[in-house]
Design a binder for this molecule. Sequence first.
Ligand code: ZN
Ligand code: ZN
Ligand code: FE
Length: 747
Amino acid sequence: MPRLRLEVQGVIQGVGFRPFVYRIALAHRLEGWVRNRPDGVEIEVQGDRADLEGFVGALRTEPPPPAHIQGLATLEIPERSAGAPFTIRASGESAGTRPSVPADLALCPACRAEVDTPGERRHRYPFTNCTACGPRYSFIGSLPYDRSRTSMAGYPLCEACRAQYLDPLDRRFHAQPIACPRCGPQVAFAKGDAAPHCTGEAALEAAAACLRAGGILALKGVGGFQLLTDAASRTSVRRLRARKHRAAKPFAVMFPSPAHLQRCCAVTDTELALLQGSAAPILLLPKAGLPLAEGVAPGQPRLGAFLPTSPLHHLLLGLVDRPLVCTSGNRAEEPICIDDAEARARLKGIADAFLLHDRPILRPVDDSVGFVDGGGLRLLRRARGFAPLPLSVAPGGPCTLALGGHLKATLALLAEGQAVVSQHLGDLDSPAVQALLERTVDDLLAFFRAKPTRLACDLHPDYASTRLAERWAARLGVPLLRVQHHHAHLAACMAERGLQGPVLGLAWDGSGYGPDGTVWGGEALAVTGPAFLRLGHLRPFPLPGGDRAVREPRRSALGLCWEVLGDPAPALAMFTRAERGPLRTMLERGVNAPRTSSIGRLFDAVAALLGLHPTAGFEGQAAMALEAAAAEAPFSGAYSFTLKGGVADPAPLLHALLEDRRRGVAVPVLAWRFHAALAQLAVDFARLGGYGDVVLGGGCFQNRLLAEACEGRLRAAGYRVHRPALFPPNDGGLSLGQAWVAAQMEV
Ligand code: ZN
Ligand code: ZN
Ligand code: FE
């Protein structure tokens, strides 16, 4: 009888893959075995040739939905003694090269039905899960993926759970996180800083009562603590903002059910399927129908909405029966808390009560955020449900570790043609996020048993990620390659889309270090793999006060008017008399007024000149308001840039905009004409390259209206347009781009 050895690679551990192999082996009357290895799954099967072919066919075409096969190698080997049944073996330890770790999976329909059914053993049990759902990345200590290496190691299975774990035909066969009320973790409820005073259903009831009374609850979720409060209560939302020191940045809302969500948002079938799928991200949806408290997402036409992602969320929201603000459990810009004691200490002044549990969280994983357009899902923050799923990249290269940028930090590990990007970690202004970045380097290197032979970072000498990269490169004794910020933005999209170039890349962004000492951000680059050439850019203008301009769009307005009109007058009214003198000095002497070609700052300048957030609560607030205004416009007319020698001069745009403003044309019309001017500029820039492919990257393309307008105009002009989808266009994508570029560089 023929015998086959199969090596399978991809997302196949922790998704019910081995039970699936077991079932199809039984169905085809094969003997042999299957086991996990750190780098995939290994199978040997023996039987009739027709049955073997049927088995391999089913393996390719019928794997369970969260699984994703990326490589399948088959080898015929000598026959072994016959007569033994097919078995699932303990994990092998052989050193792997292409490991993959599953992402946390949201509550599946079968488990949801089970917790909702009276009489079931897991009725109302908040830690119900199976091979299709439950914690993964956030609770796995090391590979290969077995219960003994997860945060469930301390919970021996009861008899009933063990029977399910060992039954190949049960949906919990070898489900590593399984638990039940008898043998698994429990919830506990605590007020303020008092000791927990109830557990189980009573704890859920107490937490629900706290929320119904308008309180703020800190909930220990799957990948970290979250802060919850009634989304319809103005006082509750205002109190959460005040205590969290978060003035204006929009909050996401978790709805108890799709029916509740549809009462407040417009949602398509595609969006609903994603919200209910195994990744279940937060999606930005148009507000429609019943309003929530204005303070949830002030001034935004869209709301970040999602559905319960774990049985704990499902049960709690069912009891409260109303939409809840659900935001990361942290202070201002710190990482999300994962440890009970740390959360009790840090969130004490924010939360009125805590809903805790005793399953340890091994690493913080925030909720992912994205939106859906004609191109499908586009992520703006990649974490729960997506990280650390690998991306197959060509052409690959040596094992490379990239440390990313400064804001929205992530890191990337590229090896054997696969890139793994960490979850979103936060902004590196916070020392706590810097420490998390360093821990995550250790974590991923250990996880994937990787030995990088080169490191990559940004060109910026002062990013905390650059300094960390310098230390690690010295420690490992490997070369450090510095990748220009906007090159990395475009490379991230090229890696995702399988493009090698040459392409014309438009990197429109807040700011990034340019090799010429100015701040870049409105770039047209020709990119071929590890090389780029700057073909065009926005005419640079000064930013009086440097970084302060990020929080004060009026400074961008002042710098732009100074540069382009030679006259600061249109922007001066936004400053007090006392502020004007020092600003004028900075501009006249060019001191503390770095020059930038940033389109992000151009957005700020235009927004401020239209009276939208001259001083902003968070980076991007003014630009978001400009997008929201433009979306209401009748989409008529466009301003224009002149493009000479690759330099895009906004002078005609600025003159026409100020003239329209004087004539009293409505703000939405002006906002739209500005977006339309940029879409035309995209086409003019594209012509500088003369390539068929245009890549869009950088934080400005989080603006959906801008991205779609540029894509539409470029397509109409005959270009193929590529935008990032599963990796963010913002700085969260930089590490992927850096790794892809550095792996291809000559050292
Ligand atoms: Zn399940
Ligand atoms: Zn049990
Ligand atoms: Fe950037």
